[in-house]
Design a binder for this molecule. Structure first.
Ligand SMILES: [Zn+2]
Ligand SMILES: [Zn+2]
Length: 341
């Protein structure tokens, strides 16, 4: 089988290896598609490092081709599946309280991290969820990013009747828009790129506002919410201004969710008295629990969230470098790798 290895920043190598054989309690999955997430982009450009050489990739779909004799679940050869590749120990306080996204052992040394830029992958039964054959495998590769948005909306306590501001209309911002709409939320999205705002409206956002002039933006948003402000705001862009502006349009008691990660460690640009007087709730959202992942899989399987318009390009595995460059270009939404020739 062929796998794509990142051996140092900006250096991808395609290696031919033996296809692994699953042990009794494992499965072998033939990978169909894998999305190129922000994490893979940061690993590629060297902004983040896990270990070298590493096979990147964590947004994967595929087909089960072998099932170990001691696998307890009902998954069988031929099933279409999506992979949940985070490591969860199932026994630490975070895992036991339903927050396995924060598993304290998830980065423990010696474990494989990522690994789906490959034609085959051995996984544990709890790392696969079966999807219906009708769900195209390229769209199924969004199960992981969508699950992160679902967690984020849960952390923001967004629900039917609420108005939510999604700050940033990149792939993750627009996936938030889609998930929020499916939950009955009124969605206002903001960005500084007109084409992305147009795309947000085409995808069903209730309002798409240009954030270039922050005063105009704040005034417009206040009038859209009868002066009250939004129930919650989700930050999907690493611009610090976005948080500053969000604090000005958050309704009393509102929740501000820092969804994005940052390359550095910026300080919250909100004065503490404003937080105190308005009872603002400030949270972050990191990854997804298995509960969020399962919700995502069901929403995609039921057609309640449709993501075909977020697939910008699909590259074959041997063009992985071009694919990552395209993802980094800023001109695309999700770029996928297709493993099969
Ligand atoms: Zn991802
Ligand atoms: Zn754990």
């Amino acid at each position: 089988m062929r796998s794509v290895y990142l051996t140092e920043p900006r250096k991808l190598e395609i290696r031919q290896e033996e296809t692994p054989v699953p042990r009794d309690h494992e499965l072998l999955v033939k990978i169909a598609y894998c999305g190129i997430c922000t994490l893979e982009q940061r690993l590629y450009d060297g902004e983040r490092k896990i270990y070298y050489p590493i096979i990147p990739g964590h947004e994967a779909s595929g087909t089960v081709v072998a099932v170990g004799s001691e696998v307890m679940t009902s998954v069988k050869v031929g099933d279409h599946v999506v992979l949940d590749l985070v490591n969860r120990c199932h026994s630490c306080p975070a895992c036991l309280s339903g927050n396995s996204n924060l598993c304290e052992n998830r980065f423990k040394k010696g474990q494989r991290v990522l690994g789906a830029f490959s034609e085959y992958m051995v996984v544990k039964p709890e790392q696969v969820q079966v999807i219906p054959d009708e769900l195209p495998l390229d769209q199924a590769a969004f199960a992981e990013p969508l699950s992160c948005c679902i967690r984020s909306l849960r952390k923001a306590k967004a629900g039917l009747g609420d108005t939510v501001l999604v700050s940033g209309a990149g792939t993750m911002g627009l996936l938030h828009v889609k998930a929020a709409l499916a939950m009955g939320v009124r969605v206002i999205v903001t960005d500084i790129a007109k084409s992305r705002l147009d795309d947000a409206l085409a995808m069903g956002a209730d309002f798409a506002l240009d954030a270039s002039d922050s005063q105009v933006f704040v005034d417009t948003l206040r009038s859209l919410t009868h002066g009250r402000g939004v129930d919650s705001c989700i930050i999907t862009t690493p611009s610090v201004c976005a948080v500053e502006t969000a604090a000005k349009v958050l309704a009393p008691g509102g929740t501000l969710n820092i969804y994005t990660s940052y390359g550095d460690k910026p300080v919250l640009p909100i004065d503490m008295n404003t937080i105190h007087r308005n009872e603002f709730v400030i949270t972050g959202s990191e990854g997804r629990s298995e509960y969020d992942f399962n919700t995502s899989v069901r929403a995609l399987a039921n057609g309640k969230v449709v993501v075909d318009d977020l697939i910008s390009r699909i590259y074959p595995l041997d063009q992985a470098a071009q694919a990552v460059e395209a993802a980094l270009s800023g001109k695309t939404y999700r770029v996928l790798l297709k493993m099969e020739e």
